[in-house]
Design a protein around this ligand. Structure first.
Ligand code: HEM
Length: 308
């Protein structure tokens, strides 16, 4: 479900806009994280659904562990991992054992930044306890360095995109053609869309297709994230209209026969809830700055497609 960080803004308790990154969608680098957060847009968005924000860093530590130490080493890291799980500077971590050379281990830790790791974690309350667990293996370290993730990041074809699962471009076109026919007959929504562009349904289909992992048509033909957000500015949309929009679209999803498996429908509803709330925020009296970030990219999150 997740997504690179499409960062946007959110109003804080004092009424000011602050920068945030949505983690769809959760949004990590490992396959597990990819599934978990594919989002965030991204989420923060550097790759499909992988949550990265500028400055995030990956630390790799390579160990050479003897046969005799192996079980204890893994046990020590199981205990140390609890501390990583509590460290606010740690995004995620993974200890991997080489299958061709079982004495070779790589620990990958994804930190919010190198500075957060070195100046934050290493001085924070969890570090002493973490280090106590693994200090016996410091001598066994062959490499311990920070790496920046490049823009070569993405997903493979093992899991279909939401776009493919839904049925591709035709499915999104069918959905929005029918949706806007129904909007025209809806007492609450018809006035909102009274002066809409005659190609509006097509544009929204291109938007959602791209967000769900399809071709980058909305980015290349319509101006991407910024343009979409700008189309909601100043419209003063209401919560009642938002709810009607969501309800009508979910009814139309059913009517046109998009996949009805719980996984797909759950992600779809998740996206709609987020997207419509963002539309309202942009349409309101205190809109955040228009996003300069890439398009959000949604993915399956913790409910990958079921193929029984
Ligand atoms: C997931 C939620 C939403 C998505 C994905 C979405 C998507 C879009 C997109 C892509 C555009 C710009 C199309 C273009 O390129 O010209 C747009 C415009 C617009 N949206 Fe939304 N929108 C959402 C929610 C809402 C809601 C809840 C409302 C009102 C209840 C709304 C009202 C409008 C209006 C009035 C326009 C301008 C239409 C026109 O003049 O062509 N949107 N939306």
């Amino acid at each position: 479900m997740a997504h690179f960080p499409p960062s946007t803004s959110k109003v804080n308790s004092t009424g000011q806009w602050k920068s945030w990154s949505f983690s769809g969608v959760g949004v990590g680098v490992g396959i597990a994280v990819l599934f978990r957060v594919l989002t965030a847009g991204s989420v923060l968005a550097r790759g499909p659904g992988v949550l990265f924000s500028p400055g995030m860093i990956v630390e790799y530590i390579r160990y050479r562990i003897t046969e005799r130490q192996r079980a204890e080493f893994e046990e020590a890291y199981r205990r140390a991992a609890v501390l990583l799980g509590q460290a606010e500077q740690c995004v995620d971590y993974e200890l991997a054992r080489c299958t061709e050379d079982s004495g070779s281990y790589i620990l990958r830790i994804h930190w919010t930044s190198a500075e957060d790791h070195l100046e934050g974690f290493r001085r924070d309350e969890h570090f002493a306890a973490f280090f106590a667990e693994i200090k016996a293996y410091v001598e066994s370290i062959e490499e311990m360095r920070h790496y920046e993730v490049t823009d070569v990041v993405g997903r493979g074809g093992a899991v279909p995109t939401l776009y493919e699962w839904a049925g591709g471009a035709r499915a999104f076109e069918r959905l929005f053609d029918r949706f806007y026919e129904r909007v025209a007959e809806d007492d609450l929504l018809a006035p909102v869309f009274a002066g809409m562009d005659p190609h509006h349904a097509e544009h929204v289909a291109a938007w959602l297709g791209e967000v769900f992992g399809g071709p980058a048509r909305y980015s290349s033909e319509r101006g991407g994230h910024r343009h979409m957000a700008s189309r909601h500015v100043g419209r003063g949309l209401t919560e009642e209209q938002r709810r009607r929009w969501v309800a009508l679209l979910m009814d139309t999803v059913q009517e046109v026969g998009l996949p009805d498996d719980p996984e797909f429908r759950a992600v779809f509803a998740y996206y709609l809830e987020w997207g419509t709330r963002m539309a309202l925020i942009y349409s309101g009296p205190n809109p955040p700055p228009l996003p300069e970030s890439p398009m959000p990219r949604w993915d399956w999150g913790i409910t990958p497609p079921y193929r029984g």
